[in-house]
Design a binder for this molecule. Structure first.
Ligand SMILES: Cc1cc2nc3c(=O)[nH]c(=O)nc-3n(C[C@H](O)[C@H](O)[C@H](O)COP(=O)(O)OP(=O)(O)OC[C@H]3O[C@@H](n4cnc5c(N)ncnc54)[C@H](O)[C@@H]3O)c2cc1C
Length: 358
């Protein structure tokens, strides 16, 4: 494997976070000939590009509870999407969503139509594809950073310690800040930029229905002007030969924030409340699922974008250790924004290291 570290705990670059931004960045650094190690706190890959396997009518089916679909606006991301369409990893799901507002349910305006892409096997397949050539340590939550004279020392919650000459942090800013305080002088603009990055929470509800449920005429509904419900997606319409409807609902930010510290019984109650709300405004059957699950996203979407695709700085240790921050709060709160940020972070780091891409 190109760039694989001989000592698995040391590398040229450590990337924290195996979301889209971290994985894209790591791949580009690997291609440039660097030894790269990715550290990820969760057991799975992809971060908010997330898929759960759930039991539905006796079968295990994938359900996307984070990012629902991709859109491609920039040339670079569009080229990548085309490559994945060619590999059969991505497919076009729909061009037209529905909109629910005070006037009721309607197809979105033709001006807003555009291809929405999905992975038929679940959105995490993209992350698995990106991670294939990489060395990724999962279940490795980074809890401490030390800047020594010429290396970063990265401490994980599981007691492991890793070393690298450069660091890329591709995790939401509120999770990164506690790790960076005391490493960076308070006057460094990086700290104030990261400090200003706020995220909205989102409660995601997954629900499966019986075989006699009539297939709805919509695939995805953007709910406008509704403080409680932001999105309703027919997840089963992404899968080949669905057995019956499986839906994913996303709560609005304000409503979701009421449940940030809630325990399982309260979350279950909130899930039922959201389904009842959707049933009232759409179809009564939505209130009576065969099964339901709730997932809480504390850092779902950035409120604003920083306007810089990645942020690079040097830690004032003896050699000025490079640190680059990436993620969707830099280049836009979508998968495309995370992808662009990951690309930019790799470019920034390579420039800092004085290298070039092969
Ligand atoms: C509910 C929801 C719906 C969405 N819908 C869409 C959509 O339809 N279309 C779209 O384009 N985008 C959508 N998005 C946004 C999209 O998912 C994100 O913009 C994108 O996935 C962010 O990628 P990222 O790499 O910046 O961050 P993340 O995906 O958050 O990756 C960060 C990774 O870092 C890990 N991590 C965090 N802290 C540590 C630590 N201390 N040590 C090690 N690892 C750590 C996390 O576990 C995570 O895997 C949605 C997001 C949510 C939550």
């Amino acid at each position: 494997m190109l760039g694989e570290a001989t000592n698995p705990k040391s590398a040229d670059v450590i990337v924290i976070g195996a979301g889209v931004a971290g994985l894209v960045c790591a791949r580009r650094l690997l291609r440039a000939g660097l030894r790269v190690l990715v550290l990820e706190k969760s057991a799975g890959l992809g971060g908010r590009l997330a898929t759960r396997r759930v039991e539905h009518l006796g079968q295990t089916v994938p359900v996307d509870h984070g990012a629902q679909y991709l859109t491609a606006d920039s040339d670079g991301f569009h080229r990548w999407v085309k490559e994945l369409l060619g590999l059969g990893l991505l497919t076009e799901w729909t061009r037209s969503l529905h909109v629910l507002d005070r006037k009721g349910l309607r197809p979105e305006h033709p001006n807003e139509e555009k291809p929405r892409y999905i992975c038929p096997q679940g959105m995490t397949m993209l992350a698995k594809h990106l991670a294939a050539p990489l060395s990724v340590h999962t279940q490795t939550r980074v809890v401490g950073l030390k800047s020594l004279a010429t290396t970063w020392q990265v401490q994980a919650e599981n007691g492991q310690c890793y070393e690298a000459a450069a660091l890329v942090a591709a995790i939401p800013a509120p999770q990164l800040l506690p790790l960076l305080r005391e490493k960076i002088p308070p006057a460094d603009s990086l700290l104030s930029l990261l400090g200003s990055a706020e995220y909205q929470p989102c409660l995601a509800v997954l629900a499966g229905y019986s075989k006699d449920t009539p297939p709805p005429p919509w695939k995805g509904i953007k709910c406008l002007e509704d403080p409680m419900l932001a999105w309703l997606g027919l997840d089963s319409s992404k899968r080949p030969q669905p057995l019956s409807p499986v839906v994913v609902l996303h709560g609005g930010a304000e409503w979701s924030s009421l449940y940030l510290e809630a325990g399982p019984p309260e979350l279950e109650k909130a899930g039922r409340e959201l389904l009842a709300h959707a049933a009232k405004h759409l179809d009564p059957w939505l209130a009576s699922p065969q099964w339901m699950q709730v997932h809480r996203w504390r850092y779902a979407l950035p409120l604003e974008t920083m306007g810089l695709a990645s942020l690079g700085t040097r830690i004032p240790a003896a050699e000025g250790l490079p640190l680059v921050c990436a993620g969707d709060s830099c280049a836009g709160g979508r998968v495309e924004g995370a992808w662009l940020s990951g690309q930019d972070a790799a470019k920034t780091l390579l420039e800092m290291l004085g290298g070039s891409e092969r």
